[in-house]
Design a protein around this ligand. Structure first.
Ligand code: GAL
Length: 302
């Protein structure tokens, strides 16, 4: 059992360092990738360390597989070097290339670059080889997710235009390139930390407001098509008094397990980011309505 809202332990009893991440299921194993923040926080920032991977069969007991992508120590001005920001790693398996593709948000310490970066590996536990960075369709890219639809088409969905607008970019079937098709949604609504689902006739989004590591209200959105008329609704969180603050957390990514959908949350501690906690909560969908339910415990595979 892991206690939601707290810093989880791995199978060695050490703190899990996989913040802002994602869980990939591949050939019977779950792979959890996330930001390794195991350093001292200074003014809510720290050097870029890299991305960790943990493996599990039951989603509760996590074995540390180490850093699968490391920030470059040299040259000192490397665009993915230790003086950069690397956040929200998302790993997808490209059936076409038979490779694992790691995407992340690359930035400088003042969040002025706003680029997407990628790396590639033959193995889910790395090492991932750095491939470069760019602005998708020449637009800004901050918090993002890679959303794989039921037909296996992938979309790179990010906070763009200095976090004012959400952008849905279509990717090609290798999950490494952008087709050029994209759509801006939630214009000037300033949403970030996107999590997307496609359940029944509806697409659903969950996003946070833009208040950095401080919690705010999650809002959900719906559309009948991925490039359709998205509408932003209210807060889907329920079950605890601090539901208007996303249970002191922030949306992180979706997870499918036990035949249903869940949402991963980060519970950031801005003064000491390495002790930030995690939650995995059940999400219910009903004909265009969405709810995220608080539970004290995460018990993994049933
Ligand atoms: C949040 C964002 C996090 C991180 C943080 C830094 O808005 O969702 O991924 O960038 O700001 O303050």
């Amino acid at each position: 059992m892991q206690k939601n809202g707290t810093l989880w332990k791995d199978t060695d009893g050490a703190d899990i360092q996989a913040h802002g991440g994602c869980i990939l299921f591949h050939n019977g194993t779950y792979y959890w990738y996330g930001e390794n923040k195991n350093a001292v926080t200074v003014k809510r920032r720290m050097d870029f360390i890299g991305f960790s991977c943990y493996t599990s069969k039951n989603l509760v007991d996590w074995k540390n597989e180490g850093l699968v992508f490391k920030a470059f120590k040299e040259p000192a001005n490397h665009e993915a070097g230790i003086k950069c920001i690397g956040e929200r790693p998302k790993v997808v398996y490209s059936k076409k290339l038979k490779k694992f593709v790691l995407w992340f948000h690359l930035d400088n310490m003042t969040y002025e670059l706003r680029r997407a970066a990628w790396a590639i590996s033959d193995s889910p536990v790395g090492p991932f080889e750095y491939m470069g960075s760019f602005k998708p369709n020449i637009r800004d890219c901050c918090d993002f997710t890679v959303f794989i639809d039921n037909d296996e088409k992938a979309y790179f969905i990010c906070a763009g235009d200095m976090n004012k607008t959400m952008l849905i970019h279509e990717m090609d079937d290798t999950y490494t390139k952008f087709t050029g098709a994209y759509k801006a949604i939630f214009t000037d609504q300033a949403r970030e930390a996107p999590v997307f689902y496609h359940v029944g006739d509806w697409y659903y989004s969950a996003t946070s407001g833009c208040t950095g590591y401080s919690p705010n209200a999650m809002l959900y959105g719906t559309s009948e098509h991925i490039f359709g008329r998205w509408r932003l609704w209210d807060n889907p969180c329920m079950g605890r008094a601090d539901y208007r603050k996303t249970f002191q957390g922030q949306s992180c990514n979706s997870l499918f397990a036990n035949g249903r959908w869940y949402m991963m949350l980060d519970h950031w501690n801005p003064e000491d980011i390495r002790v930030s906690g995690y939650s995995i909560l059940p999400v219910n969908f009903d004909g265009g309505y969405m709810e995220v339910l608080w539970e004290d415990e995460w018990n993994g595979i049933k």
